[in-house]
Unconditional design. Structure first.
Length: 278
């Protein structure tokens, strides 16, 4: 069980913040030491983002040395977070699937930013995405504040721990929910209509995301627990468009209650969205 986690002192970035957060979620009793003194660096059980050594077997995870610490197949170089995630991510998340999902959604973007790789091209002059590194930067010390970089770092790490724990929970539940949708699809007598059992509060976003990657589904029926009512939802052509494979009848659009009952012939019908997807 690691007792001492070592990283560099002074200013911090999203890679070392989230690397520390991930390790502290896994080893909550570990001490974090921020330093550039070699004697303290070599005393660490896990060292990241400092020391100019990458050796996963000895728990050294720096990427600043000549030649870096390797690139992914897609060309994104590893930062300290990516290196930590590659070794400890599956243990922390409980599955290779969730580990890989978070690598794609969070870790790679942080690694890219820390290594100077552009992922976005602005389409409107003067407007740029407000990304996770922007949030981390808000925790830094301004020119009018006392230079307590260690204190600000640990405050940011606490925030990142909560964010990362929530992301892991979300991705774990999403992966499980996607398996439920796949099972419902396999069990459907007519795969154009996939019914999700009432006990699963999966939400139409998750359900239609899975079904849009399958060839036959046109609609899904699922229970909306917050409204205590059933939904009929049209499936998108694919996950890159809002276009539907088969929308609900335009004559139903924006109709409520009795008016919708009459128009649809469905007793108890409550509402149809004006875009005819639900």
């Amino acid at each position: 069980m690691p007792k001492k986690i070592v990283t560099h002192n002074a200013k911090f970035h999203s890679d070392d913040v989230f690397a520390a957060a991930a390790l502290l979620l896994l080893y909550p009793d570990a001490e974090v030491v921020r330093t550039r003194e070699e004697v303290l660096i070599t005393s660490g059980d896990i060292v990241f983002d400092v020391g100019e050594i990458y050796d996963a077997d000895s728990n050294r995870f720096d990427h600043h040395q000549l030649g870096g610490a390797g690139d992914r197949e897609n060309g994104i170089p590893y930062s300290s977070l990516g290196l930590i995630w590659k070794k400890f991510g599956e243990e922390l998340t409980g599955s290779q699937v969730v580990m890989e999902r978070i690598d794609r959604s969070l870790v790679q973007a942080i690694d890219a930013g820390d290594n100077g790789v552009d992922l976005f091209k602005p389409t409107i002059v003067g407007a740029r995405p407000y990304v996770i590194s922007s949030v981390v930067n808000e925790f830094g010390v301004t020119w009018k504040e006392k230079e307590d970089w260690d204190g600000r770092f640990m405050e940011c790490v606490e925030w990142a721990k909560g964010f990362l724990a929530r992301l892991i929970k979300t991705e774990q539940d999403t992966a499980e929910g996607e398996n439920i949708v796949q099972d419902a699809y396999q069990a459907a007598a007519d795969k154009r209509l996939v019914i999700i059992e009432e006990q699963y509060a999966l939400g139409r976003g998750l359900v239609t995301k899975v079904l849009s990657d399958l060839p036959e589904p046109l609609y899904s029926i699922l229970y909306r627990h917050d409204h205590k009512s059933w939904q009929l939802v049209a499936v998108r052509k694919n996950n890159d468009t809002f276009g539907l494979r088969k929308s609900l009848p335009e004559s139903w659009a924006a109709k409520h209650d009795t008016e919708l009952e009459v128009e649809s012939g469905v007793s108890g019908a409550l509402f149809c969205h004006r875009r005819c997807f639900m």
